[in-house]
Design a binder for this molecule. Structure first.
Ligand code: ADP
Ligand code: MG
Length: 435
């Protein structure tokens, strides 16, 4: 995360005046930097508002150029600066949580309604609820989203303590506790310092090589929490009875409360998920294009999000509405298997042909205007049709570095905006390649 942020900082430094950079970004730190989202923490309210209203577009551009993806950006005030150290206790527990995984951003439908209802019950520590609550589903179905929503909700009320953790982290902490002869500190954390323990991907503890020890630790943690009326929420990729190496005594405890499944979303739910997402992104997609996404991405919500992200990015960068052909082509890789496997070579050949110059020249050092233009088009097409990383593109075209590719892409995307002919030519070429 640090390394990625450093790259972004370098680009910011280059584009802003020294004063601007020092003023707004010198102290900014990434809280989250994933492939869908960057969350920045700054020192005070004013900086937060200033960055939000003046630098979001620039940040978006930079992230697009680096990763070829449209990332969501959020800016918040750093609650973890030393002067707030006393407050550490409760806020530090939100550390591993993703800000947008809240109940109000979870789209309900028949496939997840029961899980959503009981998750909300679990988050209300004043009322009774199934204990433990065990939610299972395949990948990308919203387990993590729901579990974190519970933690957000409990913490937002400020009256109870919530601890959200992935089973992997839990296992690592237990094993480190053993190694450092400090297992008691780990036990205190999990058994003594929370009113609700939320463990994501619990299947991990059954598949861990030192499973016996870890499972017995968790068994005692479970008993102590449950016995003292505290709440436990678990998620898994399978129901307890199907987890292969899970000890019998844990399996039966996992079934004490309620076991509920999130099923793949039906068409109507998928449709509402897409609509909700594009509404938040503030973009407009044709009904046909939405239909394509909803009909073709039936497996998981994560796939649906990936498809929408790709189209959003394209719309924002090209400033055009995506038509059905373009959408098909852009989503070809996500749709799987059908399109040709494109390579940098194929793209280079197509561009060379279109501009009527030898491939060797395109890939060489020539600074002739026509060649430079063609090369920039080649960068763009390589990135858009095959998602090629900028580093690879640079290496392929005359061993240039990724900064050179970035500036080429900036130049060509600027040109395309003002030259419809060029835009059309690029699009035709991309379509031909897609076939
Ligand atoms: P899992 O943990 O089951 O693999 P996640 O909770 O990580 O799945 O969900 C994958 C992505 O899909 C997340 O970005 C999540 O916000 C989104 N998502 C899943 N289900 C829904 C839903 N019902 N409404 C809105 N977004 C959802
Ligand atoms: Mg998950």
């Amino acid at each position: 995360m640090k390394q990625e942020w450093d790259t972004v900082r370098d680009i910011l430094k280059a584009r802003l005046s020294k004063h601007e950079f020092e003023q707004w970004f010198a102290n900014a730190r990434p809280l989250e930097f994933s492939d869908t989202r960057l969350e920045l923490a700054v020192d005070d309210d004013f900086s937060m508002k200033w960055i939000r209203s003046n630098y979001l577009e620039l940040l978006k551009d930079i992230l697009w150029e680096l990763y070829g993806k449209h990332l969501g950006i959020e800016v918040s005030v750093n609650r973890h600066t030393p002067q707030h150290a006393q407050q550490h206790d409760n806020t530090s527990r939100t550390w591993g949580l993703t800000g947008r995984y809240t109940f109000d951003r979870f789209v309900a439908g028949p496939s997840n309604e029961l899980a959503l209802t009981v998750a909300k019950q679990a988050a209300d520590l004043d009322a009774s609820a199934f204990n433990p609550l065990f939610i299972h589903a395949g990948v990308g179905m919203g387990k993590t989203h729901l579990l974190q929503a519970i933690a957000h909700q409990v913490l937002a009320q400020g009256r109870f303590r919530a601890l959200y953790v992935s089973a992997e982290t839990l296992v690592n902490e237990v094993m480190n506790g053993v190694k450092n002869h400090d297992l008691n500190a780990v036990r205190r954390k999990y058994r003594g310092e929370t009113d609700i323990l939320i463990v994501d991907d619990i299947q991990f503890i059954a598949r861990y090589p030192k499973a016996n020890f870890v499972q017995s630790e968790f068994f005692h943690t479970f008993n102590e929490l449950h016995g003292s009326g505290r709440r436990i929420v678990l998620s898994s990729d399978m129901p307890p009875g199907e987890l292969p190496q899970l000890e019998e005594r844990l399996r039966s405890r996992f079934e004490w409360g309620l076991v509920v499944e999130i099923e793949p979303p039906d068409r109507d739910t998928r449709l509402r998920i897409v609509q909700e997402k594009i509404r938040r992104e503030g973009i407009d997609l044709d009904p046909d294009v939405i239909g394509l996404i909803v009909d073709r991405f039936t497996g998981s919500v994560r796939e649906i999000e990936g498809a929408v992200n790709k189209l959003t990015a394209y719309t924002l960068v090209r400033h055009v509405k995506v038509d059905l052909t373009t959408a098909r082509q852009l989503l070809r890789r996500n749709l799987g298997g059908h399109g040709k496997q494109l390579t940098l070579d194929t793209v280079a050949n197509a561009v060379a042909q279109q501009f009527d110059i030898p491939v060797a020249e395109l890939r060489g050092r020539s600074r002739q205007r026509k060649v430079v233009l063609a090369r920039h088009v080649a960068y763009l097409v390589s990135r858009d049709t095959m998602d090629a990383p900028l580093v690879d593109i640079g290496r392929f075209y005359g061993n240039r570095n990724h900064a050179t590719v970035i500036s080429g892409l900036r130049s060509i995307t600027g040109k395309i905006k003002t030259e419809p002919e060029l835009e059309r030519a690029v699009r035709l070429m991309e379509e031909r390649l897609a076939r």
